[in-house]
Ligand binder design. Structure first.
Ligand SMILES: [Zn+2]
Length: 108
């Protein structure tokens, strides 16, 4: 059986994600693409909302050896994740992008 989560887009950064149920949350955003260093085991559920369980690195490696996919939380990867939590860090991210944009213009 192939696992095909329903893709959606992060409202903050537009990345492809899907939602999972976890022990602590009804809806956690997970990166749509499986991650070779992932720490989440995702299991499809009958009601369509997959269940994500955090596994230890050793377990995750064992899963990948067995041909299973591991995923990461989008909160770990989203450049705008801090917007949800801390405004200060978000401002820093924006400043970094601005600096990069200025640099690439200067190189031309
Ligand atoms: Zn995002």
């Amino acid at each position: 059986m192939t696992f095909s989560p329903k893709a959606t887009k992060c409202m903050a950064c537009g990345a492809a994600i899907f939602f999972c149920r976890t022990k602590n949350s009804e809806r956690m955003p997970v990166e749509f693409e499986p991650n070779p260093n992932g720490n989440l085991a995702v299991t499809p559920q009958a009601d369509g909302l997959p269940e994500a369980v955090v596994v230890r690195p050793g377990q995750a490696a064992g899963m990948r050896d067995a041909g299973l996919l591991t995923y990461i939380s989008h909160f770990a990867a989203c450049p705008m994740a801090d917007e949800f939590r801390r405004k200060a860090r978000h401002k820093q991210t924006v400043d970094t992008y601005r600096r990069k944009a200025t640099q690439s213009k200067g190189n031309r």
